[in-house]
Design a protein around this ligand. Sequence first.
Ligand SMILES: [Zn+2]
Length: 505
Amino acid sequence: MKPAGTILAVPHLHVRPQSVVSRIDGEWAFAHADGNVKLVIRPAAGGDDVLRAFEGDLSEHDGRRLLVGPASAGNAAALRAQLSWLAPQPLGHRTSFGFGDRLGLATPGHVRALKAAGGGIVPVFAQQSARELARTGRTPHDVLNTATWGAFAEGWTGPQGADADHLKTTADVDAYLAAGFTMFTIDPGDHVGHLEPDVTPRDLRIEFATLPWPELETTPAALLARYEGRTFDVEGHVIGFSEETLVRAALKYARAVRHVTMMYRHLVAAAGARLVEIEVSVDETDTPTSPPEHVFVATELRRLGVTWTSLAPRLVGRFEKGVDYIGDAAVFEADWRIHASIARVLGPYKLSLHSGSDKFSIYRAVATHTRGVVHVKTAGTSWLEALRTLAAMDAPLFRELYRFARECYDDDRASYHVSARVDAAPDADTLSDQQLPALLDDFHARQVLHVTFGSILTAADSAGTGRFSNRIIAGLRAHAEEYAANLERHFLRHLAPFAAMPGRP
Ligand SMILES: [Zn+2]
């Protein structure tokens, strides 16, 4: 059933039908050949110029030139230049969803879930934090290129973003900018202040005087004058500022505002004419961002000339990795609703939900109150689906890495919001092979496997080579269909509440 006269008819190539792009200037496709993945290009008659940017072997087929090239970094960059939708772009206020992919193999499954959800949600396939890069030994270029190949292979032709996640330094900004990322998530979490519960009004005033006023480009008196006694009416929610409310908000967030401003100005200068967008993220801090604190952060950033597309407050309740929301969903909804109003009135900008995977009990509220002006960020849940795939397909490997994860968990959990206990995670020795995939539905086992990804992927055996990483990647390549099917099923549950949004632009 190979249509003659098209790229699908080329012998010795297993072209993925969903990847084929047919344009007036030629055909592009992703293929498997000789055990490798390949880029195939068949220019239109007289259109061989298109091939100049690509590397690969040239031949003739059916009277036309044919290039079969490697899935290399150079070809990925040339492909983004040629097929413009593969190049990341700012996504603005459209409903968007971030799919982190620590292994670089998940994008085809993410594309399938997006298509199954029926459209309307713009994806961020390339999304890794500086912390994840350090733990996986990957680079921003590599993250972007694997997303390009995955989107191309599975036939994604809509827009996509690329999120340089949780950036803490200007060096982080530069590295991701050089690779071509378009969304920059600035994390000033290290600059968020902590107030002791027994702090006295006098202590507050003394601390307030020590804020970095020149860099905040204001004075204590001027800041107080702008807020004290004022009320902000956000869609009927009245948010008032006493002197103490303002001083507390400033002590908690003024240094963070200064840090975001510095990072923002660096990014804007470095980006030049390139289009980029900003997310401001304080989600990884100890205490929730109150509505007055949100108003303070947004108002002060605006005063300092920062513009942003999305903002991630620290929300009430617990957003633990890989599991549903922990807390009172009604309390969350009431709080989220006010944050959504603030984002509309002081922006508009998107609210961003971090650690957003598996939060099935709150998605409806998240979508409804933002009216779809929202970004949801996930990362490790795709890694867990990879492990679910391996648990079904390669029980001995899964048993070995699960045992290892249990050993590493108590060290690796330190920088994550998780509450699982190793002693509560089932011992795999008590389970049959058929029972192993169900470990990916166990609260404790999920978190143990979620936060130990770096230890698992960088573990070396006595010869210094990857103890697990090569087998994990080979296993997922060999079972690419099963992995994509698991991702599609899992993410469709995430995307459906957002795709169903009435009135979404
Ligand atoms: Zn986050």
